[in-house]
Ligand binder design. Structure first.
Ligand code: GTP
Ligand code: ZN
Length: 185
């Protein structure tokens, strides 16, 4: 459960820590604003994709489904700075599919947490395998990390690409090739 009062106290301390006057006009409401923002950007901590991926529709012998360019914003758990980009999800149905929006909702559940890109990619793939039980899943995430652009090593434009395959995508090269073809790459 997100404790907004605790976040407010922490933000006040943080502002004091950088030597700011927490009572000046522009900062007065900041702790409360940040608490509200954290409630929004970390809402995934209190959710699972199970309800989204459990509502399915029957299909006969469908081919691969690819939903690409799902834009997401997440928060790097090391620096609490944003990382953002696109997720691409492919699966091979085993007699049932989910509503298209539910794949994007699954991305949101895991993006709205303190995260690592690798873990985000694994969690999306494993959730599909567990709740939808397709014949296979392939998930690719491409993202830029603010902790690498605005501070530290300062390398804007660097894209990190992570890839996870499960089931038949892990076993069959032909399916992976089909993924790249459908991605247009
Ligand atoms: N593997 C992985 N690393 C990440 C992710 N987000 C941020 N990082 C990295 O986490 C690392 C933390 O390294 P540390 O040496 O503990 O922290 P730091 O001194 O702030 O590191 P620098 O960013 O190199 O200045 C950095 O190399 C970040 O680039 C992610 O999603 N996955
Ligand atoms: Zn970081």
């Amino acid at each position: 459960m997100i404790d907004k009062e605790k976040i407010e106290r922490a933000v006040t301390l943080l502002l004091e820590g950088i030597g700011e006057d927490v009572n000046r006009e522009g900062l007065k409401e900041t702790p409360e604003r940040i608490a509200r923002m954290y409630e929004e950007i970390f809402a995934g901590l209190e959710e699972t994709p199970k309800p989204y991926l459990s509502k399915t529709f029957s299909v006969e012998d469908s081919g691969m489904v690819l939903e690409k360019d799902i834009v997401f914003y997440s928060t790097c758990e090391h620096h609490l700075l944003p990382f953002y980009g696109k997720a691409h999800i492919a699966y091979l149905p085993d007699g049932k599919v989910v509503g298209l929006s539910k794949l994007a909702r699954t991305v949101e559940v895991y993006a709205r947490r303190p995260q690592l890109q690798e873990q985000l990619t694994v969690q999306i793939a494993d959730a599909l395998m567990e709740y939808l039980q397709p014949k296979g899943v392939m998930v690719m995430v491409e993202a830029e990390h603010m902790c690498m652009t605005m501070r530290g090593v300062k390398k804007p434009g660097t894209q990190t690409v992570t890839l996870v395959t499960r089931g038949r995508f892990a076993e069959e090269k032909g399916l992976k090739d089909e993924f790249w073809r459908m991605m247009g790459r």
